[in-house]
Write a protein that binds this ligand. Structure first.
Ligand code: F6R
Length: 241
């Protein structure tokens, strides 16, 4: 595991964005695993800027998102489907048929069961972007998690519902369940870039880097992955000392 410390979230976006752009140049058919939430936004901004300026081609790229809220359909402005459209997909030339996001309505359980197979059929995820929950969750794999889990339905814990309420009008509107790629699904990615900034993530990062591997802190399993980069800001670094 390599830990990279950068000044702020903007610099993190530039760094992670450039890693992705370089990888696209090497393999225009790359398969990307994508996250939502605040952490990847500066990265997506950088990718959009790059596409505008350099015309980086997304037409053969396939993407698989980590998760979606149950109960929100794809047209719902709070859905992760809309999040991805608004923060990335509307601004690059990705093809709709190459975008994969778990569904949160209809037969979402059946869809979840086929998601890992779809990822495998695409050749597996080359680069997976991850954020990190304050409680150490990756994807929406809440503690205590199952390290062997595949894409499945997850009950969100109170702290996650409360943290994510900032994106909703009130906490009552935050869905209580989500479909998420499992820990095993995430661990199959060939390379993982985990982004975290802000002091509130310091404890989870400490566990990730130095803690014992435990299902009570889901991210600690990443210690066993051979190709993980943890990209944090100075605010976190100063609390690690
Ligand atoms: C989002 C996801 C979550 C978030 C995590 C951190 O797709 O899977 O694990 O990455 O909750 O969220 P932010 O980045 O909003 O702090």
């Amino acid at each position: 595991m390599e830990v990279i410390v950068l000044k702020n979230s903007k610099k993190i976006g530039k760094y992670v964005g450039q890693v992705i752009i370089d990888a696209i140049k090497e393999n225009p058919k790359i398969v990307l695993g994508l996250a939502t939430g605040s952490s990847p936004v500066t990265t997506y901004n950088y990718l959009i800027k790059d596409h505008k300026k350099n015309n980086t081609d997304w037409s053969e790229i396939k993407t698989f998102n980590l998760d979606e809220y149950i109960g929100l359909d794809q047209q719902n402005p709070q859905s992760y489907f809309q999040f991805m459209k608004n923060h990335l997909f509307n601004y690059v030339n990705i093809k709709d048929e190459n975008i994969n996001i778990p569904i949160g309505t209809g037969d979402y359980e059946k869809f979840a069961k086929t998601y890992d197979k779809k990822i495998a059929e695409a050749g597996g995820i080359d680069i997976q972007i991850l954020g990190l929950g304050e409680n150490g969750h990756i994807g929406f794999n809440e503690p205590p998690c199952d390290f062997n889990s595949k894409t499945q339905v997850i009950d969100l814990v109170e702290s996650t519902i409360s943290a994510n309420s900032r994106f909703f009008n009130s906490i009552d509107e935050v869905p209580k369940r989500a479909v998420s790629m499992g820990i095993d699904s995430i661990m199959k990615a060939k390379k993982i870039l985990l982004i975290a900034f802000g002091e509130n993530k310091a404890n989870a990062i400490k566990q990730l880097i130095q803690g014992e591997i435990s299902t009570n802190v889901p991210c600690t399993i990443l210690q066993k992955h051979k190709n993980v980069y943890v990209i944090i800001d100075k605010n976190i670094e100063k609390l690690l000392k």
